[in-house]
Design a protein around this ligand. Structure first.
Ligand code: HEC
Length: 116
């Protein structure tokens, strides 16, 4: 397994992302609305990186990916249709998620497109 970032770094990046997103777009009227950050997203950042773009490319880039694709991938992990060692990692993350949370996560990570 390639080098992983320390837990502390990850928590700091996650906090920075949340601060960035909640301060972003709150000002001028012509700004697009800031995407709301689903609570469940913080765990994702530990592997998929802040903005869904991991430094460690053992983990796929999900920031800016199509929302419908992300939601269907998450449902496939949850339902056990995606298999394999790496998929098992995702299955344990996806199993507790309900449909609404999956859709929120998909829209949130898709909304990071402009940050790529
Ligand atoms: C423990 C590390 C880890 C965590 C935490 C994690 N993921 Fe993943 N994720 C992975 C790995 C590894 C893969 C690739 C699995 C495979 O090969 O199918 C993956 C794949 C995915 C994919 C499929 C990407 C594609 O292009 O098909 C999506 C979507 C995804 N993760 C979303 C999430 C979301 C949303 C969360 C938080 C709820 C999350 N992940 C949390 C490790 C993680």
């Amino acid at each position: 397994m390639a080098k992983r970032r320390s837990g502390q770094m990850i928590r700091r990046s996650a906090a920075a992302l949340v601060v960035f997103l909640s301060s972003h777009g709150s000002g001028r009227a012509q700004d697009p609305p800031a995407p709301s950050v689903p609570e469940a997203a913080s765990v994702c950042l530990s592997c998929h990186g802040p903005f869904g773009r991991p430094d460690n490319l053992d983990y796929p880039i999900i920031g800016g990916q199509n929302a419908a694709y992300l939601a269907s991938a998450l449902r496939a992990y949850r339902g056990g249709q995606r298999t394999g060692e790496a998929a098992e990692m995702m299955a344990s993350v996806a199993r507790p998620l309900d449909d609404r949370t999956i859709d929120e996560l998909a829209v949130f990570f898709a909304s990071l497109r402009s940050l790529r």
